[in-house]
Each structure stands twice: as C-alpha cells, then as structure tokens.
Design a protein around this ligand. Structure first.
Ligand SMILES: Cc1cc2nc3c(=O)[nH]c(=O)nc-3n(C[C@H](O)[C@H](O)[C@H](O)COP(=O)(O)OP(=O)(O)OC[C@H]3O[C@@H](n4cnc5c(N)ncnc54)[C@H](O)[C@@H]3O)c2cc1C
Length: 443
C-alpha cells in the first residue's frame, strides 16, 4: 500500500516536502504526534485501529461517560482509508438501497438506512459542537447520469422516497449543465442531506474531542497479539500492553492479523485519488457548484472542489496497488474525459487507499460474546456508516444495548482470499464493460 505523492514529469513545482504525502497530510491543521504505548496499562475498553471506526467508537464511549478507553494505531492516526478518502459524507452503504430492501424487507432496511442519514446529522452536530475545523461544505452531493436513459435516476429517486422517506431532487440536463460544465452528463439527482470535508482534519477533530473526555490515544503502536487472560483480554504491542475487559478490532482493509476469523471476512480493495494544482478562475470553467459529484456508472468518478480551488478527483477500484505515477496517469485520463477544458492541468498529488469489503457489501459489527468485538467492512461508503456503527457499539458496550444486532444478518462470512480477489476484479471488469457498452449503444 502506498500513500505516496507523485512528482511527475513537468512538475518541478512539486516540492520535496509534498512528496510522500497525500493532499490531506500536506494541508492538515497542526496535529501533535501521539506517544506510542509503553509499559503495562489497565483499561475498560481497548480499541485497535485509528480510523473513523475506532475514533467514532472512542468518542461515542467518551460521550456516554465510559472511562478507561485506550486506542492503539499501528501507524499515524488516519493512516488508512479514513485519512485518504474522497471526503464525501452521505447516506447509505456500499450495498445499494435496492438490494438492502430485498434482503431485509421494508422495516429493517429503513432502520439501517436511517442510521446513516442520522449519522450525517450527527457528524454536522459534532463539527459544530467541538468546533472541528475541517473545511466542511454543506452543499449536498450530485449523482450525475453518465447515460441518456433517465430510468436509473427515476427508479432510485422513487425507491428512496417510497422506502426510505428520503427526497433526492431532480436536476434536469439544462440545469445540471449550468452547474457542471461537462457534456458527459444527462440529468442528475441532488442529495441535499450530504456534505464534504477534509477527512484527516475531521478525524483529528473527533480525536481531540474524545481526548478531552479522557480517551488515551497511541500512534505507532502496532498490536501484535490479542489474547484471553482470565476474564479479560491482554492486548500486546512491541513496547507495552493493555489489559482490558473489552477489545474492539477496527482495522478496515489494513489487516490486523490478530483474529483469523475477523481478517478472513474482508477483501482489501484499492481505489485512487488525486488533487490538481490550484485552478483559480479555471475551476469556474468546470463547476458552478460547491457540491461533491459522482456518476451513475458502476466504476464511477467522484470529485469535489477544494477550498484552494483545486479539484480533488477519485475513481477506479482495483485489487492492484498502483504507484502514484500510474494513479495520476489513469485518473488524469478520466478527468479530461469529463472536463477536456482542463487539458494541460498539473496534478500535484496522487495516492491510493484500501477499502475493506465484505462479500455481502455491508459493514460487519459483532461480537463473540466474550468481550471481543469487531467493526469493519465499511467499503467505499464509510464516513456516515462508521459514525453510525460507533454509536451502536458505544451503546452496546456502555449500556448493553442490543440495537447493533440489526447488523447480525451481515456476518463474518469468508471473503475467500486470494480467490476472492479474482472474483472481485472479474466482476469489476464485467460491470465496467457493461457500462461502456451501454454508453456506446446510446451514442
Ligand atoms: C481512496 C478512498 C476514497 C474513499 N472515499 C470515500 C468517500 O468519499 N466517502 C465515504 O463515505 N467513504 C469513502 N471511502 C471509504 C471510507 O474511507 C472507509 O470506509 C472508512 O474510512 C473505513 O474506516 P475504518 O476505520 O474502518 O478503516 P481505516 O481508516 O482503514 O483504519 C484502519 C486502521 O487500523 C490500523 N491497524 C490495522 N492493523 C492494526 C494493528 N494490528 N494494530 C494497530 N492498528 C492497526 C491501520 O493502520 C488503519 O489506520 C473511501 C476509501 C478510500 C480508500
């Protein structure tokens, strides 16, 4: 896994300090390093993994008055997907709303979907309450139709309204072209209850809020072993250990290698992001909206304007980790297909990140009933679901609440690595080819 920045040909303006960083690391607000775990400690809850999942849970526990919470992160906080994602905050899961309804029926599907729209609200409230400076832009998310056929938009709009009680606004093509200056799209839906933000600053802000309420955080604290010790758990790093009643594994696609059953249940899948140079007035040649945007293909582009007039651009899903140079090449081609007016634009940053996918494409929240919990498999749609999951597990641990069992149908089924990778790549190519074929037929 690389998180490297490229310094490509003709990009001498990329300074050495920008190298080996994502745009987010390069531009994050000051954040003091956290000490590695050293020596022996006692805790009520030990959380492994310093991404959104772990930090949301830590904050949720602190807000419920649980004391003695320790979080251990192998690298730096936000080293994984949470510090390098697209920054979209919106409702739903990687599993589409249609499949969710078919699998769970009206009431349960509605409750699970509702947990993510409530999470979007909670994220907003926390940003305000804890004064988290994270460049949040509360302008919604546009789902732009790559195809002429509007039926896909109509079907989703209707399903969201009738099943989930959520209204996505129709943007007819002429209106859309006034805000996205691209010939690529035909009509769109606007999800108003959505925002975008600087993921690393958001994560650091939540961490500070939890720290202020007594949670201890340790970076560069690689958990090497989690083992039973009487009625408790012993969590061991190279330099220290924590004895805790409850342990929560929140390691995403950056596999922890601690519990085979938990590790085996996810497939780490890469996706790519880049940031252009500041565009100044040129940004206006592309966008007259502050909303974040993605499109209706299976392998969609996702992008958003940044406050310093760059365009942050993401896309592709792969089982392959690519170099920053290769990411740039691929994504620049995608960007110019949508905005040919940006020909010649320089790309200052490009990186990749790993998402954790379950075969059922839903988050996995659960416990063996012996104090060991897991929260993982948030896929490519994790910002709101990790917040929702943090709330459910915090309620479970603090108050023995059982609502987390809504996720019980989505268990730890094996992701069948390494064969699962081939299956995922084949499915990706197949669905991508189908989209290309459809676009070709439409002319
Ligand atoms: C490029 C990219 C773009 C995305 N865009 C979006 C988006 O726009 N909107 C959205 O909603 N979702 C998006 N996602 C998905 C979202 O980022 C993830 O679903 C979410 O961040 C998952 O959080 P997590 O805490 O489960 O995992 P992670 O953030 O990956 O955190 C897991 C952490 O566990 C640590 N760890 C692993 N093993 C150990 C160990 N043994 N000891 C200690 N620590 C350990 C890792 O170092 C890592 O920091 C994107 C993902 C990627 C990769």
């Amino acid at each position: 896994m690389t998180g490297s920045i490229l310094a490509g040909e003709g990009e001498s303006q990329v300074t050495a300090s920008q190298q080996a960083q994502t745009y987010y690391r390069a531009t994050m607000r000051p954040f003091d390093p956290l000490p590695p775990l050293e020596g022996r400690h006692e805790a009520r809850v030990a959380i492994v993994g310093g991404g959104y999942a772990g930090v949301c849970l830590a904050l949720g526990l602190a807000e419920r008055g649980v004391r003695g919470v320790v979080l251990l992160e192998r690298e730096g906080i936000g080293h994984g997907a949470s510090g390098r994602n697209g920054g979209f905050v919106f409702g739903g899961y990687s599993l589409g709303e249609d499949a969710l309804l078919k699998q769970l029926g009206f009431d349960r599907a509605r409750r699970l979907y509702g947990a993510t729209t409530e999470a979007v609200d909670l994220i907003r409230r926390r940003i305000t309450k804890y004064a988290i400076e994270c460049d949040a832009i509360d302008a919604g998310v546009i789902w732009a139709n790559w195809f002429r056929d509007p039926s896909i938009l109509r079907a989703r709009q209707q399903l969201l309204k009738e099943t989930y009680g959520v209204e996505w606004e129709w943007l007819p093509e002429p209106q859309l072209r006034n805000v996205i200056h691209s010939q690529r799209y035909h009509d769109a839906l606007l999800e108003r209850n959505a925002l975008h933000l600087h993921p690393l600053d958001y994560l650091h802000g939540m961490l500070r809020a939890a720290q202020g309420q007594g949670v201890s955080f340790h970076e560069h604290s690689h958990v090497l072993q989690v083992e039973r010790d009487g009625a408790e758990w012993r969590v061991r790093t190279g330099a220290g250990e924590v004895k805790a009643q409850t342990v929560v594994l929140a390691c995403g696609g950056y596999l922890a290698h601690l519990q085979p059953q938990v590790d085996r249940a996810v497939l780490p899948i890469a996706t790519y992001v880049m940031a252009t140079e500041p565009l100044g007035e040129r940004l206006r040649e592309c966008l007259h909206t502050e909303a974040a945007i993605y499109d209706t293909r299976f392998a969609f582009d996702y992008y958003r304007p940044l406050k310093d007039t760059r365009l942050l651009w993401g896309g592709r899903i792969s089982i392959r980790n690519r170099s920053a140079q290769a990411v740039k090449k691929l994504l620049l081609r995608d960007l110019l297909r949508v905005f040919p007016q940006l020909e010649g634009v320089k790309i200052n940053y490009a990186w990749s990140g790993l998402m954790s996918y379950a075969r059922h494409q839903m988050p996995q929240l659960g416990t063996r009933g012996d104090g060991l919990w897991w929260m993982q498999a948030f896929g490519g749609h994790g910002t709101a679901p990790t917040c929702a999951a943090g709330e459910l597990l915090a309620d479970a641990i603090a108050h023995n609440d059982e609502t987390w069992r809504e996720f019980a149908p989505f268990g730890l089924q094996s992701a069948r690595r390494p064969l699962g990778y081939l299956g995922a790549q084949a499915q990706y190519w197949w669905l991508e080819a189908k989209d290309r074929w459809k676009a070709m037929l439409e002319g």
